[in-house]
Design a binder for this molecule. Structure first.
Ligand SMILES: [Zn+2]
Length: 101
């Protein structure tokens, strides 16, 4: 037992966070927000990611309950969306480059 006023479990830390990506931040951002929609797969139908994982020569299937992004017929799992730059963890993505508005 300690005298800490904070519970040992829970792990929530509401201290001020830096205005940039930080460890534990799981939020994702879509620089091309107008073009993409986020979904949660709510059927057991076979839905395949539009991209392949590096080193794999097949399209992997999305799981029931999996969050994915879609643009038209293109469906990406979050791993591939992050890898291809569709999504980013950098909340300051809009500060770099000049093409983004
Ligand atoms: Zn994928």
């Amino acid at each position: 037992m300690t005298d800490s006023p904070f519970p040992a479990s829970g792990g929530s830390d509401n201290s001020e966070t830096p205005n940039e990506s930080f460890p534990g931040d799981v939020r994702l951002y879509a620089p091309e927000a107008e073009n993409w929609r986020a979904h949660i797969l709510t059927s057991w139908d076979k839905v395949y990611c539009f991209a392949k994982h590096p080193g794999q020569d097949y399209y992997h299937q999305l799981m029931y309950g999996e969050i994915y992004v879609q643009k038209g017929d293109e469906v990406y799992c979050l791993n591939c969306a992050l890898r291809d730059g569709i999504l980013t963890r950098n909340r300051l993505y809009w500060q770099k480059g000049s093409g983004l508005q």
